[in-house]
Structures are given as C-alpha cells and as structure tokens.
Design a protein around this ligand. Structure first.
Ligand SMILES: [Zn+2]
Length: 126
C-alpha cells in the first residue's frame, strides 16, 4: 500500500496555518513556539485508517504541524518501541524453533545410562 504524502502545496498550506501573525512557526499539537526548531507535518489520521477507496488527495485538513522535540518525537519513539517489541517477539519465536541441543540433532545419541550410540547403525560407541 503506497503511503500518501502531502504535496508541497499542502505542506506549505499547513506550515502557513501554523505560522502566527509574527511569522513564527508554532506547534499545532501543543502550541509551542518552534521558530527555527525542526518540525514534521504529521498525518492527523494514521494511514491505515484513511479511506483508500475514495483516493481523495490529502489536504491541509488531513495534517498537523508538530514540533519534533515536543509532539512528533514521543509518537516516533513509541513507534520504535512497537517495532522493537515485534522484533523481540519474532526472535523469541525463531529461538523456540531451534533444536534444544546439538546432540539431538547429531548422528550420535546419548542414552540415560551414559552410553553413546550411533543412530544410524545402532552401534554402542562408549
Ligand atoms: Zn508540540
């Protein structure tokens, strides 16, 4: 699913909307004065929740200007945490799929009495 991004025109519109009368960019999330601080134009609705059947182009109403240090950062950090958690769960799963010991995977089998037998020939080695 291709991710819809804001056109330059719409981004400009959002930035203009977030710019106060003194010409200073402010965060639309918390109202913090950003000035020259970095910001992101964020989707108000997550991409997954948008109605893709309409294929309506994104407008300024679909986005919010958020300061990177205040409102955009926590969301991103949360995204990273979620991705890392998914990674951990996958690792846990793949580790669970590995054989418990290399011995069970080898040709040799150790019996309860300590003798080692060859699985293929059934010969006792020691
Ligand atoms: Zn903010």
């Amino acid at each position: 699913m291709p991710r819809c991004e804001f056109s330059r025109k719409v981004r400009a519109e959002i930035i203009l909307r977030a710019t106060n009368t003194a010409g200073i960019v402010t965060c639309e999330g918390c109202g913090l004065v950003l000035g020259k601080k970095p910001f992101e134009v964020d989707h108000t609705l997550p991409e997954a929740l948008r109605d893709h059947t309409r294929r309506a182009p994104l407008t300024a109403a679909d986005g919010k200007l958020l300061g990177k240090a205040c409102c955009h950062a926590p969301k991103t950090a949360d995204d990273i945490r979620r991705i890392r958690k998914a990674d951990r769960q996958r690792d846990k799963f793949t580790r669970a799929m590995k054989p418990k010991s290399s011995l069970s995977n080898s040709r040799l089998k150790k019996r309860m009495d300590g003798t080692v037998v060859d699985r293929q020939t059934g010969e006792t080695l020691r």
